[in-house]
Design a protein around this ligand. Structure first.
Ligand code: NAD
Length: 521
């Protein structure tokens, strides 16, 4: 019987996202706990990046549908905000368990729509799962402060109160992790949410919604709408939406931050990056080169924390030929093929843009030491593949340095000293992540103190903190005041209420109005 229940569960999660009429399945909206077919006339095709075959069609939700989603979230908030913190904790335990049970299927869905390799897709789910696991400690995370006796018989207490209806807008590169940065945190703090996943790969998010339903999380607490600019503008302008979490490109992030803030909303906006790895000549060569290659080319470079620029200090530049040898050995293949190290880029347009950026490096005087532009993958000739590429002698004024490439391309630079490397990095407008590779503690400490970047790795190439900390990108990579997840995430999704109360067994005996400012001594 247990097996049967578990199988039924699997089936309903797999079928959650689809199936309308026609040869290509449609992706549904998720409104008030129901998967509904959109009545829109505007549809967006989602392609498997390894084949460019259409795998689903995503609706641009109508205004009426988006209004229904907000109305459902508003209605659900009325009772959800009053659920006990232990009830919300129990929901997170169930959700956590369902995500774990469905890890493989979620990963397959990600690979089909996004292209990354299956093991990388599992990592995408697991990093999101860790946020849900962190949410399970909501009773202690939401503790407030108290101070007894601030005046005679008087105490002050703080409570973390939910905001109401919140919204999330997510990018294509982590179809499970980034929705999981948002809706579990929003919900566990007592809010409801309207989520707009990337229109390029919404499938994993829809499977997560089926799990939300199975976990018994009440209808309407989280709703999914689909679309592009109209949906984003709707979210930025809707008066019922109190806060927006955004992760994606600079262009969209700055726009959403400005439009949302102007409308009085809280906005947290994580954006693009150019992450530098500094290689000191005293580093452990073999490990460092392996770390660099993994962090530059993993996920085909489509990570906001990809280590996309290597700065070789002094003699470390002699290691570049070995780096190239390692990069050459990576296997480019469809993400579902065993042994694939990197999959395709998200779209033919993305591939074209990355190829142009590689060419711009050459045209502006850099050296292409490894060129992945010509790569073809047997059986997947129509896929958006680019092989590992290394552009050497890159200078800060080159286009390939100034723009986030978001492909399997490592820009390589040389510096004579650590100070020179620090100067280059601090002059770059982005502040998402960086890493230094060294065996010298003093060098590492100097670097961590002087570098103006939000997330720093010491011999750790992708230093994304676990959810008990927060994702702390800075400068051009972030707008807002409160970062994603961790304590900062709880602060983002709650507002403080302070209660000052006086309880005295006898009447206070106030004989006339106290008109002077109360100073509570
Ligand atoms: P994107 O900005 O194109 O899309 C993100 C979301 O914004 C989508 O839901 C999309 O529908 C919407 N959108 C796109 N263009 C818009 C516009 N002009 N106006 C309003 N809304 C718009 O981003 P993407 O290509 O899906 O994701 C890749 C980018 O995300 C990279 O720049 C990457 O560095 C960044 N990213 C950052 C982080 C981080 O935490 N800093 C994490 C992941 C990805």
């Amino acid at each position: 019987n247990m097996l049967r229940t578990s199988l039924l569960r699997q089936v309903s999660i797999l079928t959650a996202r689809h199936y309308g009429s026609g040869s290509v399945p449609t992706t549904k909206l998720f409104i008030n706990g129901q998967f509904v077919e959109s009545k829109t006339k505007k549809w967006i095709d989602v392609h498997d990046p390894a084949t460019n075959e259409v795998v689903t069609r995503v609706p641009e939700a109508t205004n009426g549908e988006m209004e229904t989603a907000v109305a459902a979230a508003k209605e659900a908030f009325k009772s959800w905000k009053d659920t006990t913190v232990l009830t919300r904790q129990q929901h997170m335990f169930k959700l956590q368990n369902l995500i774990k049970e469905n890890l493989t299927d979620l990963a397959k869905e990600i690979t089909k729509e996004q292209g990354k390799t299956l093991v990388d897709a599992e990592g995408d789910v697991m990093r999101g799962l860790q946020v849900v696991e962190h949410c399970c400690s909501i009773p202690s995370l939401s503790l407030g402060e108290t101070l007894g006796g601030i005046a005679k018989d008087m105490d002050t207490i703080t409570y973390r109160m939910p905001l109401g209806v919140t919204a999330g807008i997510t990018p294509f590169n982590f179809p499970a992790m980034i929705p999981l940065w948002m809706f579990p945190m929003a919900l566990v703090c007592g809010n409801t949410m309207v989520l707009k996943p990337s229109e390029r790969d919404p499938g994993a998010c829809m499977m997560l919604m089926a799990m939300v339903k199975q976990a018994g999380i009440p209808d309407g607490t989280v709703n999914v709408i689909h679309g592009r600019h109209d949906a984003v503008n709707f979210i930025c302008d809707h008066p019922e939406i109190k806060a927006i979490s955004f992760v994606g490109s600079d262009q969209a992030g700055q726009y959403i931050y400005e439009r949302g803030s102007k409308n009085g909303k809280r906005v947290q906006s994580n954006m693009g990056a150019k992450n530098h790895g500094v290689i000191m000549p005293d580093a452990n060569k073999e490990t460092t080169l392996n770390q660099l290659v993994g962090a530059a080319f993993g996920a085909a470079g489509q990570r906001c924390m990809a280590l996309s620029t290597a700065v070789f200090v002094g003699e470390a530049k002699k290691w570049i030929p070995e780096l190239i040898d390692k990069a050459k050995k990576l296997k480019v293949n469809a993400g579902k093929e065993p042994g694939a190290d990197l999959g395709p880029l998200i779209s033919p347009e993305a591939k074209k843009r990355v190829c142009e950026l590689i060419q711009s490096g050459k045209d502006e005087g850099a050296e292409i030491l490894l060129d992945g532009r010509g790569v073809t993958v047997k059986g997947y000739e129509k896929g958006n593949f680019i092989g590992p590429t290394v552009i050497h002698k890159v200078k800060p004024n080159m286009r390939c340095y100034k723009e986030e490439i978001f492909g399997p391309v490592l820009c390589s630079m040389e510096a004579d000293t650590l100070d020179e490397a620090i100067k280059i990095i601090n002059e770059n407008p982005y502040g998402n992540g960086t890493a230094i590779f060294t065996t010298n503690g003093a060098t590492a400490r100097k670097y961590t103190m002087e570098i103006d970047v939000g997330q720093v790795g010491v011999n750790v190439p992708i230093p994304v903190p676990l959810p008990m900390f927060s994702f702390t990108g800075s400068r051009g990579s972030f707008r807002g005041d409160m970062n994603f997840y961790g304590k900062q995430g709880i602060q983002f999704y709650t507002q403080l209420k302070t209660v000052t109360q006086m309880w005295r067994s006898e009447d206070a005996g106030l004989s006339k109005p106290a008109v002077a400012m109360p100073v509570m001594r």
